[in-house]
Design a protein around this ligand. Sequence first.
Ligand code: UDP
Length: 313
Amino acid sequence: MKKNKKILVPGGAGFIGSHLCEKLLNFGNKVYCVDNLLTGKKRNISHLIKNYNFKFIKKDVNKKIILKVDEIYNLACPASPVKYQKNPIETIKASVLGSLNLLDLAKKYNAKILQASTSEIYGDPKEHPQKETYHGNVNPIGFRSCYDEGKRCAETLFFDYHREKKVKIKVARIFNTYGPKMDFLDGRVVSNFIMQCLKNKNITIYGKGLQTRSFCYIDDIVEALIKFMNLKNNFTGPLNLGNPYEVNIYEIAKKIKKLTNSKSKLIFKKLPEDDPIKRKPDISLAKKTLKWVPKITLNKGLLETIKYFQKNI
Ligand code: UDP
């Protein structure tokens, strides 16, 4: 892989973004992290600030950015349902206006640009597991729409810029990801359950807990994103990235309780509107194109995440 590239990471102070910045720096690149810190955290990148090759720019991705770079990884968007539903307009603006700005920038400097899309573009899927060819089942006016439809529109923009302006694009559809540096208070299932277990508080299962997700450890996702960007061919995706190991929410509650030796009780609360019932990526395309499979098991990944929470809360 070519070193000393100039790389822009909008959303670089977020959970996935901060891990990605660190890895790109370790590979010898110059990294520009742009983040408005709406959901990103300075503490995620504090250990990188002293690195000569790292520059943090506090800025909204929906404002014009002029910076000559070789590559752009666009991770700028609130991603946890609790957080994006608190800021729905900012969320859709980040995806739509942010993508337009960054695609113009990529065009101007002939940079390669990767969009962090999401499994949410499949909505509440009627196809299982989800392949890249599935078009999804999304409510355009629900509480999750600011995220789902924003990310869907971003994908459209990426492909239109590719077809009309020949911009070099990569679209990765990232499934549920967890690991150290997840926001303790982002309201997501893994962070909520770990926090609740460590404090011996009730574990809040929404609905009956029979809905499923497939959780991928952060290091696996970061590895796949970098591989995708560095493919020698012009493969654009869309490409599912995630761990196909599917569990239901009740099982994950029991697992986290056991791994933390917690005395917490499992309680049941109302299932949020439009909460997808099943989610599992078909990753055959990623296996074939990237020669990649996720390596970290759920148990090992959860133990690492729990260690991080114990040390930092
Ligand atoms: N969930 C839950 N209890 C919580 C938080 C989430 O049962 O305290 C459920 C939520 O309803 C969803 C699943 O866990 O079915 C995953 O939620 P999360 O917000 O982590 O991500 P999503 O995949 O829905 O974007």
